[in-house]
Design a protein. Structure first.
Length: 122
């Protein structure tokens, strides 16, 4: 089970990128923005499920984790995008959004897995 979850987490970034590879930088930027906008309500819904479960104050732990995670992805994606940021043009914005899209997709999957595991324990 843990191996399959690990493999799934490794594949998520590839799937996120594949969705938004049109070959046009501006279309890809729009695509990543749309995909992130789709993920955020799903994250909110998953958080609400976590609150309803009220298991070991998991939602409080998540709130702290989420604040740090948001800071982390900003800095980590900036760092990952350093080579592209040195070049001019829209490509640097694309790299930053692609990174964030990957991170949001992985975080959603992580949240959903935790909720599922908490349901099983409860």
């Amino acid at each position: 089970m843990k191996k399959s979850l690990f493999l799934m987490m490794l594949c998520l970034p590839l799937l996120a990128q594949a969705v938004c590879e049109t070959g046009n930088v501006y279309e890809d930027i729009d695509c990543h923005e749309r995909e992130i906008a789709k993920i955020k309500p799903k994250m909110n819904a998953t958080y609400r499920e976590l609150v309803k479960l009220n298991t070991h104050d998991a939602h409080k732990s998540f709130e702290q984790s989420q604040k740090l995670w948001l800071q982390f992805i900003e800095k980590d994606c900036e760092f990952e995008n350093t080579p592209s940021a040195m070049a001019q043009g829209a490509g640097s914005g694309l790299g930053l959004l692609a990174c964030k899209h990957e991170r949001y997709a992985a975080r959603l999957k992580q949240m959903q897995n935790i909720v599922r595991e908490l349901r099983e324990v409860k």
